[in-house]
Design a protein around this ligand. Structure first.
Ligand code: NAD
Length: 357
């Protein structure tokens, strides 16, 4: 049986061959750079030449923590010919201008999600990268995480027959108050959190035919935006997905699960990160297959975490694209579709109607 898991493990591989490594400059010394980007690149053996942030103390502190050669201003970073790739992780409103400047300076760019908070701007960025002949990839890392990558590889290998449905069910307590820009944002869960699930469902099933979404807030919640969403995605051939998320679970019984159903079995698991963010734990994945066949639910041994390990995924994909292996799965053009799906969800909430996508 173990040999059957080998191709699944290979599909989760995030190692970067020496020949494909490029030197990286990171813009943004915030929370996600500290807990995810830099630890992931360190584990992957990628060379980060330095970091830049409007908050110079923060940049300097991070430089020291990770032993980086130097801090930069953005101008200095973009003028440094040793840097091939600019990795952006700043407040979302500041991201498009930085991407534009990096492309104009001839750098390849890894953008954080969302690519932009407005798909019109997102589409302009896609076009600017295309015109410049440079790679622009979005950091939609959930689909590269070992749990999701293994589940998708099993589905793609036909272990559960024809995939019929995907369900993501997240019921957690999330403290957004460390991010002042998130606290005041009128758009919250879909734009900054459920975007991961929408992207992951797109990686599994492609673009849906239509979407219906209901969003809500809890009386007295600290944040302005929606903290509870129910999203259904339907496909012309009858496949469907349900994404159900609540960030205001104050009863201590946190859960974060996913399930992929098929004609000949199912894959189920947990999203480990959400049980203790940002440390988390490895995902769990189990498969029940009449194709292999399995004797009931068979576990797949996930050994890495969403944070930091999955963050090597989009960077590796960008580096492979630069090295000529074809478009990254999470190109900006693809990230734009995920962003447009987010916007379709908001349009559905606002209209109370099913939206065609
Ligand atoms: N799993 C994920 O992919 C994930 C998780 C968390 C955050 N994020 C995304 O990463 C981005 C950053 O999030 P964070 O949690 O690190 O936020 P943060 O608030 O902790 O840090 C943002 C940093 O950006 C800096 N900054 C703002 N404008 C800048 C500019 N013009 N030039 C240089 N630096 C600037 C700020 O000084 C701050 O240090 C956001 O887009 C967020 O959506 C993604």
């Amino acid at each position: 049986m173990l040999h059957q898991l080998q191709p699944i493990a290979e599909a989760c591989d995030l190692t970067v061959p020496d020949a494909e490594r490029r030197r990286i400059g990171v813009v943004g010394a915030g929370a996600i750079t500290r807990v995810a980007h830099l630890p992931a690149y360190r584990k992957a053996g990628l060379e980060v030449l330095g970091v830049c942030d409007l908050d110079l103390d923060r940049a300097e502190q991070l430089r020291g923590e990770f032993g980086l050669p130097r801090t930069y201003t953005l101008d200095e970073m973009l003028a440094d010919e040793a840097i091939d790739v600019v990795d952006v992780a700043v407040v979302p409103q500041a991201q498009p201008a930085i991407i534009r400047r990096a492309l104009a300076a001839g750098k390849h760019v890894l953008a954080q999600k969302p690519l932009a908070v407005d798909s019109t701007i997102g589409a302009e960025l896609v076009e600017e990268a295309r015109t410049a002949g440079l790679s622009l990839v979005v950091n939609h890392q959930m689909r590269y995480g070992e749990g999701m990558a293994a589940a998708r590889a099993m589905a793609e290998a036909g272990w559960i027959g024809e995939v019929t449905a995907v369900t993501v069910d997240v019921d957690i307590e999330t403290d957004f108050t460390a991010w002042d820009w998130l606290v005041t944002s009128p758009r919250l869960d879909l734009m900054y959190h459920s975007i991961h699930y929408l992207d992951t469902v797109r990686a599994l099933l492609g673009d849906p035919h239509s979407v219906y979404c209901a969003g809500g807030r809890r009386p007295g919640q600290a944040v302005a935006g929606e903290t509870r969403t129910f999203t259904t995605l339907t496909y012309e051939d009858g496949r469907r997905a349900l994404i159900k998320v609540n960030h205001e679970n104050h009863t201590g019984d946190q859960s974060a699960t996913f399930r992929i159903d098929g004609s000949h079995g199912a894959i189920r698991g947990t999203i480990g990160l959400l049980y203790d963010y940002p440390h988390g734990r490895p995902d769990t994945v189990e498969v029940h297959s009449s194709v292999l066949p399995t004797d009931g639910w068979m576990p797949y041994p996930v050994t890495t975490r969403w944070i930091p390990d999955a963050f090597a995924g989009p960077m590796r994909a960008l580096l492979r694209e630069i090295a000529g292996h074809g478009p990254a799965p999470t190109t900006a053009a693809d990230g734009l579709r995920t962003l447009q799906l987010v916007e379709a969800c908001y349009a559905s909430i606002e209209s109370g109607q099913v939206r065609r996508f």
